[in-house]
Design a protein around this ligand. Structure first.
Ligand code: B1M
Length: 228
């Protein structure tokens, strides 16, 4: 679409609307991304498809241009705000559950030095949808925050997120501290985030590695099943 054109999102067919939403996310236009999300849901789209095809895909493109020095932090912050405005609408759908029984508490937080929270928030939503009570510690968590939350909430699982190659080693610091205190043997630890892989999770002695939000929710269910 040409710049400056006055686009009526409702007039677009689904394919063009998804393309427009990716452009709007790239341009940090929160109200438009919110509206596009609303329209797709009204047209009967599955919330998970809106998320993956419009929002996550839009953010993937942002990530490439961020890496290549075409976009900078202030612009990417706007993109993150736009993505979150769409996620707001998806949250009640993704986090709703038919299950009456709670699968237990899941404490999740982004590690110290890292302020990325979009992926963590998505994982939290999916976990709620799977039946967990989620305690979200937010971003930039030192080991003491995790310890205090474990003490307070006695979780079934602890989850850590990291998006930077410079912050992922901090997960090992937390795991070693849990081990030193005798907590690790009774508490499964899940780690996730774009730069991680199974090999890294194994190397730091994490119980499991969540590749994405949907997989993580399934893994978490399996973990509590194993532990009961
Ligand atoms: Co940042 N950033 N960023 N950034 N940022 C990345 C991660 C980067 C890959 C961009 C790039 O260069 N292509 C790069 C890291 C390079 C590296 O480490 N090798 C990078 C950098 C360098 C930086 C700064 C250092 C830039 C600077 O200041 N010069 C800086 C660091 C700040 C800090 O944390 N201390 C920085 C800042 C920022 C913003 C603040 C501008 C913003 C964050 C806003 C926010 O989160 N509220 C931002 C963003 C948005 C990104 C990108 C573009 C998008 C991340 C995202 O939200 N993806 C990112 C590029 C990229 O990843 N392609 C980038 C969408 C999200 C749905 O996916 O987070 O991967 P993701 O989550 C997935 C899975 O990973 C998994 O499930 C999620 C859902 O499916 N998952 C888990 C995540 N956590 C999990 C936990 C689990 C299980 C699964 O269990 C507990």
């Amino acid at each position: 679409m040409a710049d400056g054109e006055d686009i009526i999102l409702r007039d677009l067919n689904d394919t063009d609307l998804v393309e427009q939403m990716k452009d709007d996310l790239y341009d940090g236009m929160a109200a438009e991304v919110h509206e596009g999300t609303q329209i797709l849901l009204e047209r009967g789209w599955d919330a998970g498809d809106v998320l993956s095809e419009a929002l996550v895909e839009g953010m993937r493109i942002v990530g490439i241009d961020f890496r290549d020095g075409i976009l900078f932090v202030p612009e990417v912050l706007q993109c993150a705000g736009a993505m979150k405005s769409g996620m707001e609408l998806l949250r009640p759908i993704l986090a709703s559950t038919d299950s009456k029984a709670s699968l237990g508490t899941y404490v999740i937080g982004t590690v110290k030095g890292d302020i990325h929270d979009i992926g963590k928030n998505l994982v939290g939503m999916m976990l709620e949808g799977a039946g967990f009570e989620v305690i979200d510690l937010g971003i930039n968590n030192p080991v003491d925050n995790y310890l205090a939350a474990i003490d307070k909430h006695n979780p079934a699982i602890l989850g850590m997120s990291a998006l930077l190659t410079t912050t992922m080693p901090y997960m090992q610091v937390v795991i070693e501290e849990l081990d030193k205190r005798g907590i690790l043997k009774n508490l499964p630890v899940m780690v996730g985030g774009a730069p991680l892989n199974q090999e890294f999770a194994d190397a730091i002695n994490a119980t499991s590695y969540g590749r994405d939000a949907a997989v993580s929710a399934e893994l978490a269910k399996a973990l509590v099943g194993q532990n009961r």
